[in-house]
Design a binder for this molecule. Structure first.
Ligand SMILES: Cc1ncc(COP(=O)(O)O)c(C=O)c1O
Length: 394
């Protein structure tokens, strides 16, 4: 057999998928590992997609997406995000995943460095590796409220650094960066002449502080903004997202899009158009559901004496299990799944800074979420199984 590409085999795998796949083979698991909304898709969105299928609207579209969708996204970017763009700045992509890949492809040469949050979403590390570039983790530490330390970032910049990825609201932390922090990050990017790639896929779910798009105050065209329909509209499998870029990149983006996917699935683009231009009640209801779940989960964890980060956005809980994980939370999460039948994402899947933590997805039914959390080991108490037996025997 001829040799395979070293680059392909250098891309790190996802520690979340591993847990998820074990869980899929086990009956009766309380599934809290994967970031999948549990909310229904709004009927008008499903109808728009069905209409497109039934009308045989299945041909290739323009590489950048159908014009009404690009226009609707641009209108929303102006109205909601305060980003002064028009349709020509917007590329419709198969999810934020490809938008991130396109953004990184536009700015990275092999060997270049990109600063990525640690803990941070797994793809931030995988995608640069696929481009033979180097993801350099920047720490988000508990003693700073999981906000970036800009002085430390300054010290991490080298002659190869080309970009920084910023993700607020954050997966896995659920932290929302306040506007002054985002302004500091933009000033940092400007000081070192870096691109700032802003992943805002959880923008619809921010409570601690309002969600702010750094592109709204970018006067130097250095922010590339990534959005998605996946989380906001519970459309993960439809695969629609968007990338906002400066003007003048049509030729290169058209070529990349052509070579990777040509265009996004046409009925899915119609679903996205209905989602973004129709009523937003389902988004508000989903937000209420996630927020209610996070509040109930926090109260339960308080009662159990388990440390966690107060969730400010997205639909995740970042929980400290270092009292039980013995320095290897990936192994611990697997054992926890096998013994307690609860799947959670090990924090180390999101970077070295995640060791000793887990991410729990609160986009689940309240019962599943609370039942899963109740099985977590307490810092100073008996294991939950033992506790349950004691209670039952009492
Ligand atoms: C921070 C972040 N960015 C991007 C994505 C990818 O989203 P999409 O389904 O739009 O590709 C996810 C999915 O979990 C995410 O959490």
């Amino acid at each position: 057999m001829p040799t395979f590409s070293r680059t392909a085999f250098d891309v790190p795998g996802s520690g979340i998928r591993r847990i998820h796949e074990i869980a899929l083979r086990m009956p009766g698991v309380l599934a809290l590992a994967v970031g999948e909304p549990d909310q229904p898709v709004a009927p008008h969105v499903l109808e728009a997609a069905s209409r497109a299928w039934l009308a045989d609207d299945t041909a290739y579209t323009a590489n950048a997406g159908i014009a009404p969708l690009r226009e609707a996204i641009a209108a929303k970017l102006r109205r909601v995000n305060g980003i002064p763009v028009d349709a020509d700045n917007v590329w419709v992509t198969p999810g934020a995943t490809e938008a991130l890949f396109l953004a990184l492809s536009l700015v990275l040469e092999p060997g270049d460095e990109v600063l990525v949050p640690d803990p941070g979403y797994t793809t931030f590390t995988m995608a640069p590796r696929m481009l033979s570039a180097v993801p350099v983790p920047y720490r988000l530490d508990p003693d700073r409220g999981f906000l970036p330390d800009v002085a430390a970032l300054d010290a991490q910049v080298t002659s190869r650094t080309r970009a920084i990825i910023v993700n607020s609201p954050s997966n896995p932390l659920g932290v929302v960066f306040p506007e002054p922090v985002l302004r500091q990050l933009l000033a940092f990017a400007s000081r070192h002449d870096l691109w700032l790639i802003s992943d805002e896929v959880y923008e619809a779910f921010a409570w601690a502080v309002p969600h702010v798009s750094p592109a709204a105050f970018d006067e130097e065209d250095r922010v590339l903004t990534v959005h998605s329909f996946s989380k906001t509209y519970a459309l993960t499998g439809a695969r629609v997202g968007s990338l906002v870029v400066p003007l003048g990149l049509d030729q290169v983006l058209r070529t990349y899009q052509e070579a990777i996917v040509s265009c996004v699935n046409t009925p899915a683009q119609h679903a996205a158009l209905a989602a973004i231009s129709g009523p937003q009640d389902a988004v508000a209801a989903a937000g209420e559901h996630y927020r209610g779940n996070l509040t109930a989960a926090a109260a339960l964890l308080d009662g159990l004496g388990i440390r966690y980060l107060e969730p400010g956005g997205a639909f995740y809980l970042w929980i400290d299990v270092s009292h039980a994980s013995g320095g290897d939370v990936a192994h611990w999460a697997e054992q926890f799944l096998l013994e307690q039948r609860v799947s959670v994402a090990p924090g180390s899947a999101f970077g070295a800074a995640g060791e000793g933590w887990i991410r729990v997805c609160a986009a689940a039914s309240r019962e599943t979420l609370l039942a899963g959390l109740a099985r977590l080991p307490r810092p100073d108490g008996p294991e939950p199984a033992v506790a349950a037996a004691l209670t039952a025997g009492a």
